[in-house]
Design a protein around this ligand. Structure first.
Ligand SMILES: Cc1cc2nc3c(=O)[nH]c(=O)nc-3n(C[C@H](O)[C@H](O)[C@H](O)COP(=O)(O)OP(=O)(O)OC[C@H]3O[C@@H](n4cnc5c(N)ncnc54)[C@H](O)[C@@H]3O)c2cc1C
Length: 289
């Protein structure tokens, strides 16, 4: 069966396409005004998992913590080649900072059990903290390789990876199990497979409740394994006092809106003297130099 790989994927507001109503008057993010997208570096993490699946053999489970709509990113994972997805969703998880987020994800990973490799994006484009991956590793007492731009070699015992550090890179080796955070640019994420989209696109209509805690979503009958489970706080044995808002020591005190306005326009002559003046001015104002 090969390696057992867990990939963490987050649905994020598209902060690259901000509109005027992106923030609410109280300073919080207006998620309804922004399209929800697959966190870009999580696509790179998924791609690494799928490449390993193709070369070594592996089962790839994608997990996401978020509201019911976050199931969309798990479906995207199935479309691209993941074997199954788990949505961790519960009102108790709302308002989580990185500490509470990593706690919930760690509980889910423990419930999955028997994993060899956890792959995360380096950071999410909404919070941008890059803390969640390392915190999951810490809580699971796992080795961690962060800011990885290339998995050079992997077998069922060890992995060798290139990680980017300030001013260069390191080649590092770790025993499995290990958690790795993947950088954008590590690979070119594949597109969804048309066959898999056809197989999994109506997955929502196949919800059947098997117990209070677990909801299974079975795909259309096809020769592929693939389903999405929903787990809540009780399913993953999470302690409510360290979940969501109550488990989050981070409190946002104030958010300031920054309005970028155009400054004074100045024409620079396309001559040696004009460019020399511009360079002089930029040095004077400590913009360059
Ligand atoms: C503007 C802003 C500022 C914030 N500042 C802070 C702060 O200073 N301190 C703090 O603790 N929290 C902060 N938060 C909250 C923080 O964004 C959330 O806790 C969030 O759930 C996780 O942090 P992140 O987005 O920074 O993730 P990162 O640590 O940047 O994410 C790294 C990787 O972890 C995985 N991951 C992260 N979240 C999930 C998820 N829900 N499901 C599955 N995988 C996931 C993904 O693979 C992701 O690529 C802030 C949020 C916003 C919007």
């Amino acid at each position: 069966m090969g390696l057992k790989i867990v990939v963490t994927v987050k649905q994020v507001p598209d902060t690259h396409n901000l509109s005027r109503d992106a923030m609410k008057p109280d300073g919080t993010v207006n998620r309804n005004a922004l399209p929800a997208i697959f966190n870009p570096e999580d696509l790179n993490a998924l791609e690494e998992a799928l490449k390993i699946k193709e070369t070594l053999g592996a089962t790839v489970t994608a997990i996401s913590m978020g509201p019911p709509k976050a199931k969309d990113v798990l479906k995207e994972c199935l479309y691209r080649g993941a074997d199954d997805g788990i949505l961790i969703s519960d009102r108790q998880f709302a308002g989580a900072d990185t500490l509470a987020t990593s706690y919930a994800l760690k509980c889910a990973v423990e419930k999955i059990g028997g994993f060899d490799l956890i792959l995360c994006g380096r950071q999410a484009i909404d919070g941008d903290t890059a803390q969640v991956g390392p915190q999951i590793a810490e809580k699971l007492n796992l080795n961690q390789l962060t800011c990885v731009s290339e998995i050079i070699e992997i077998n069922d015992q060890t992995v060798i990876a290139k990680r980017i550090v300030e001013g260069g890179y390191e080649i590092v080796k770790s025993r499995l199990p290990v958690l790795i955070t993947i950088l954008a640019g590590a690979n070119e994420p594949r597109s969804p497979s048309a066959k898999r989209v056809m197989a999994f696109k109506n997955i929502d209509s196949k919800v059947c409740e098997t117990s209070y805690d677990e909801v299974y979503v079975e795909p259309d009958s096809c020769d592929m394994i693939g389903f999405i489970k929903e787990w809540n706080a009780r399913t993953i044995d999470a302690d409510p006092s360290i979940c969501g808002l109550s488990g989050s020591p981070t409190k946002v005190k104030k958010i300031e809106g920054v309005v970028l306005t155009t400054g004074v326009a100045k024409k620079v002559e396309n001559t040696q003297a004009g460019i020399a003046d511009l360079v002089h001015e930029l040095i004077e104002e400590h913009i360059i130099g």
